[in-house]
Design a protein around this ligand. Structure first.
Ligand code: ADP
Ligand code: ADP
Ligand code: MG
Length: 662
């Protein structure tokens, strides 16, 4: 293989490029219009524009991918994860085109891609599976009867599912019809297949998965486990190895089970066998992911094996050059997924412009990221920005290093889960390894937004001084005349900021010699000097000679300030309050940009507070827009299929008997 096309984008495309470069293999990127300026495109040896932002017309279009490979002379295709990675049609199309697909065969992908078929195969190999219904009869009556027979709570799962989609916990019989309908709709929309399976819902399990690797010569090994229990919406956010819950004996047992699963299907290439581990130590097979996994770096850290290199080697027909007994685990590794999402708002994806980005790399720190500097984060793809991976001698040290690294990671301009991740990592239960898949719900109060560790007052001072320095730097006339210089030094300059609803005023007087006397609100004045300002970095020194370093990025009236311990967004207050902005009572707006899936009401309908009016879909989830009060639908402004912006007005509900225009 001389030239590999990577049928993916963002961080995983860059990750695969890294190994290709090391192996002396050319890389071909494919990109949509939305990614034209992305680092993975710039860094590829050849890049091919394949279509508009919508994934269906670009990253999911097999013909375009194969065509791009043909035109560029690529002799291998790596699918990454997501997109086409588990679509057997890509593997088949590669075979037809004489291109090596870097992954298992189309047959294996197809049979393991169906959770139902996978369960059948695996139980045949003697590996424990979760009790449940796995049958062909998909009529609502049969599903209901089987669910009752299994006993509530049950978990409905889309057989073709992935990434937590099409999955519903059902606590009792009366919830069942609505849950079946919703899960089927979600599964049909996401996977084009609404076949359901039903499983006994295992209470308080851990998610523990085993990495496997097989070659075409009959060798198949496991590379130990990854603990992935910290999940929101059935999607992992923190993963680590070794698992705090896995003893050497259990590791051996689970490892043997994972290898048995692989052998049962003649698995080749890298794959992941997922299990849930019950509190009593019993484990059950969940599914096999027939691809590289998002969280593969932690395994690489502790085994020293580059999984992408192994994928390429076995795809070329080479033998694994190690056996099970050659493999050992050294140290502990942990990964946190940094997402553009708002943990205080149901983890909804966010979008916008990243105005400042800095990844503090160092010993034991690995950033796998699609972002390298200021860029736009759109609504078309998965909102994961980066994976921050830390590796140390012990779990406690790896966790500390990850906290330290996240606190220094600068991602300004959009809301992310960065501070949330830090709160999870600092939580006593997490630190003692007491996690299960409900960790986030169980500890939601303790994990709710709190201090970032950076005071708004300190951030406001840094912002005011950075602005002052900026004006000074850009002053063309009278360079020796300091801005803000007044004949009467008693008159301070004043700037007011808003930090999430709290107003903070900074007043300062220039004392000459680079020194500023600064006061926040009614506090005591403090003297600072600006040691240096080279946007975005500001170094301040106080009267004691203590220096602190800040990053201050300006975008319109917003100031993004990052210091030790966190980031704060400040909005410089306008001189006059904005009189035009008035809330429209009963207005139901889109909480984020997305597409309207279903409109459940019509104009003139009576609704009750809490009724769902419109269902939106953005990236990986559905969101229900609900009425905030009882009333009548006075205006319906959208229809199914329509794209909407965040904050766009969708429906107006007016109290009964009242007319909109009155
Ligand atoms: P799973 O949840 O199926 O066990 P992972 O945690 O590895 O597997 O990934 C979750 C799913 O999210 C993937 O199957 C993939 O479809 C999707 N996904 C995650 N990140 C990205 C990304 N950056 N690009 C495309 N798809 C992604
Ligand atoms: P996906 O394809 O979305 O990754 P999985 O079947 O791998 O779907 O399940 C994803 C997550 O859902 C698991 O990590 C676990 O947290 C939870 N889960 C799955 N099956 C069960 C079950 N039977 N009981 C309890 N939790 C489950
Ligand atoms: Mg899974």
């Amino acid at each position: 293989m001389q030239r590999i096309l990577i049928a993916n984008r963002g961080e995983i495309a860059r990750r695969i490029q890294r190994t290709c470069r090391r192996m002396g293999i050319d890389t071909v990127a494919v990109f949509s219009d939305a990614d034209a300026d992305a680092p993975f495109v710039r860094e590829a040896d050849i890049a091919v524009r394949i279509g508009p932002p919508a994934a269906a017309q670009s990253y999911l279009d097999i013909d375009k991918i194969i065509d791009a490979a043909r035109r560029t002379g690529a002799d291998g295709i790596h699918p990454g994860y997501g997109f086409l990675a588990e679509n057997p049609a890509l593997a088949t199309a590669c075979a037809d085109a004489g291109i090596t697909f870097i992954g298992p065969s189309a047959n294996v992908i197809a049979s393991l891609g169906s959770k139902r078929e996978a369960k059948r195969l695996v139980s045949g190999a003697g590996v424990p599976v979760v009790p449940g219904y796995n049958g062909d009869d998909q009529s609502p009556d049969t599903l209901a009867r089987e669910a009752k027979a299994i006993g509530f709570p049950v978990l409905l799962k889309a057989s073709a599912g992935g990434g937590g989609k099409g999955m519903r916990i059902v606590a009792s019989e009366d919830e069942l019809p609505a849950a079946i309908e919703a899960a089927k709709r979600e599964a049909m929309g996401a996977f084009g297949d609404d076949t359901m399976l039903i499983e006994k819902y295992v209470e308080r399990p851990r998610h523990v998965e085993l990495q496997i690797l097989g070659d075409s010569h009959g060798n198949l090994v496991h590379l130990f486990e990854r603990e992935c229990s910290v999940q929101r919406r059935h999607q992992k956010i923190i993963e680590e190895t070794p698992s705090p819950a896995v003893s050497p004996e259990l590791r051996q047992k689970m490892g043997e089970a994972a290898v048995a699963v692989g052998k049962a299907v003649g698995y080749q290439n890298a794959g992941t066998v997922e299990f849930i581990l019950a509190p009593n130590g019993e484990f059950y097979f969940l599914e096999v992911n027939t691809r590289l996994q998002v969280e593969h770096p932690v395994t690489e850290c502790v085994t020293g094996i580059d999984l992408v290199r192994e994928q390429i080697r076995v795809a070329r027909g080479e033998r694994l050059d190690f056996q099970q007994t050659d493999l050992t685990m050294t140290g502990a590794a942990i990964e946190a997924r940094l997402y553009a999402e708002d943990p205080d708002n149901g983890f909804l994806p966010t979008s916008g412009r990243i105005v400042d980005w800095s990844a503090p790399e160092g010993d034991g720190v690995r950033f796998d990221t699609g972002v390298t500097g200021p860029c736009d984060v759109g609504i078309h793809y998965d909102p994961m920005l980066a994976k921050v991976v830390c590796f140390a001698a012990t779990r406690a040290e790896a966790v500390d290093l990850l906290i330290h690294t996240l606190r220094r990671t600068v991602v300004s301009g959009i809301t992310t889960n960065r501070d949330y991740l830090v709160r999870v990592l600092r939580h006593a239960a997490f630190r003692s390894g007491e996690v299960d898949t409900h960790f986030i719900d169980t500890h939601s109060d303790a994990l709710a937004a709190g201090a970032t560790g950076l005071s708004v007052a300190d951030a406001a001072v840094a912002a005011a001084i950075a602005d002052h320095e900026q004006r000074r730097g850009s002053q063309a006339v009278l360079p020796t005349m300091e801005p803000g210089f007044r004949n009467n030094p008693a008159v301070d300059q004043r700037v007011e900021y808003d930090a999430g609803g709290t107003a903070t005023a900074v007043s300062y007087a220039n004392q000459g010699g680079g020194r500023l006397r600064v006061r926040v609100d009614d506090g005591e004045p403090v003297v600072f000097s600006a040691v240096s300002w080279a946007a975005p970095t500001l170094v301040l020194e106080n009267a004691d000679g203590t220096r602190t370093t800040w990053r201050v990025t300006r975008a319109g009236d917003r100031r993004f300030v990052h210091g030790l311990g966190g980031g704060v967004t400040l909005v410089e207050a306008p001189r006059f309050p904005d009189a035009g902005a008035e809330d429209l009572a009963g207005a139901c707006t889109a909480p984020m940009p997305g597409a309207v899936v279903t409109v459940l009401v019509g104009e003139g309908d009576s609704v009750k507070a809490g009724d769902t009016l419109v269902i939106l879909e953005a990236m990986k989830m559905e969101h229900q827009v609900k009425a905030s009060e009882d009333g009548v639908v006075a205006q319906l402004l959208v229809e199914a299929g329509q794209q909407v912006d965040g904050d766009q007005l969708l429906v107006v509900v007016t109290p009964d008997g009242e007319n909109q225009d009155e």
